[in-house]
Design a protein around this ligand. Structure first.
Ligand SMILES: [Zn+2]
Length: 105
């Protein structure tokens, strides 16, 4: 870069140009130059996918177990109740005899 500057100085005046050392110190921008961020994530106009926080997947991945016996549910095939004589659909239940725990629907 070449800059031509014309200066008029009195006779006898010492004039010199010194290179300015590059400052390694971080100079923060002026506060009034900062752009305030919105309080929450805002979807862009026309953005087809609204922002959604990541959700815990552990409940989906982990197999459902009896909360008491920690046994995986067994499928009881559909049949007719010996007690009431009424037919029932297949359902899941704890494999431990006498346990009435059922998986939450
Ligand atoms: Zn159980």
């Amino acid at each position: 870069m070449k800059i031509t500057i014309s200066l008029e100085v009195p006779d006898g005046t010492t004039f010199r140009i010194e290179p300015v050392e590059a400052s390694t110190e971080f100079v923060p921008p002026y506060a009034d130059e900062l752009i305030p961020l919105p309080d929450a994530a805002m979807p862009l106009p026309g953005d087809p996918v609204a922002f959604r926080a990541p959700q815990a997947r552990s409940a989906d991945v982990r197999p459902s177990l009896c909360p008491i016996h920690h046994e995986p549910w067994k499928v009881v095939p559909a049949g007719v109740s010996k007690k009431t004589g009424r037919p029932y659909d297949a359902f899941q239940a704890c494999p431990v005899r006498g346990c009435d725990q059922r998986p939450a629907a």
